[in-house]
Design a binder for this molecule. Structure first.
Ligand code: SAM
Length: 210
């Protein structure tokens, strides 16, 4: 699998690891300018580690939903172009701010991903990727509501957490319902469970139906 530009496998601490070039964010091991991307702490990192084809161009424009304190979106901003990071909880956004200070292309937005109209005036249209990791009920809905930001050949890269939808149901049942719902407006290109890095998560790569 070829990695998107700006991500490479690098020997850090004697191990071959995914890495991006930038200021450290979460105490990850570093080697020179390169910092290890821990797939156990990042669903997008796990998607790369599993060899999924993310379909990203060089320096993609990204809308990231569920940024938390920046563990993953910090890596994304290391290789991407403009990166809009939506997070609705004030506390993680406080920790995200210094991550953005080190990265001139990372724009934190204290917003609710279920209400894209509240940030549509800030985020440019035709982004290359919507990356979603909101771990909340209604994950398919969030992806559908944010579809309008995507370029025709853009990619939805979503991590769906089964337990956030319904703790009592089998993950596979939840996943097939979420995928069915996504398929009303997206063409699903690839899905993969994220074990052993993340239990009961399904990664989805999709593009908008045009
Ligand atoms: N993606 C992060 C990373 O890898 O660094 C971890 C994200 S964590 C699993 C899920 C985050 O989504 C939480 O910080 C939560 O506050 C946020 N979130 C959940 N629902 C949201 C919504 N509707 N709008 C914005 N953020 C949301």
């Amino acid at each position: 699998m070829s990695l998107p530009q700006g991500i490479k496998r690098h020997a850090i601490d004697g191990r071959d690891r995914l890495a991006t070039r930038g200021e450290p964010v979460y105490g990850e091991p570093v080697q020179g300018e390169w910092r290890a991307w821990d797939p156990r702490r990042s669903k997008l990192g796990a998607m790369l580690e599993k060899g999924m084809d993310l379909g990203l161009p060089d320096e993609p424009t990204v809308l990231y939903l569920g940024a938390a304190s920046g563990t993953t979106v910090g890596h994304v901003a290391d290789f991407a172009g403009p990166t809009y990071a939506v997070e609705f909880a004030p506390r993680p956004v406080r920790d995200l701010l210094p991550v953005a200070e080190d990265r001139g292309n990372l724009f934190p937005l204290l917003k609710d991903a279920r209400k894209p109209a509240t940030y549509a005036h800030v985020v440019e249209s035709d982004v290359d990727a919507v990356i979603q990791d909101v771990a909340t009920r209604g994950q398919a809905d969030v992806a559908l509501r944010n579809r309008a930001f995507l370029a025709d050949d853009g990619r939805l890269l979503a991590a769906i957490k089964a337990r956030s939808e319904d703790v009592t149901r089998e993950p596979e049942t939840v996943f097939s319902e979420v995928v069915d719902r996504l398929e009303t407006e997206y063409e699903v290109l690839e899905t993969e469970r994220l074990e052993p890095y993340h239990d009961d998560h399904l990664a989805v790569v999709a593009r908008p139906q045009v």
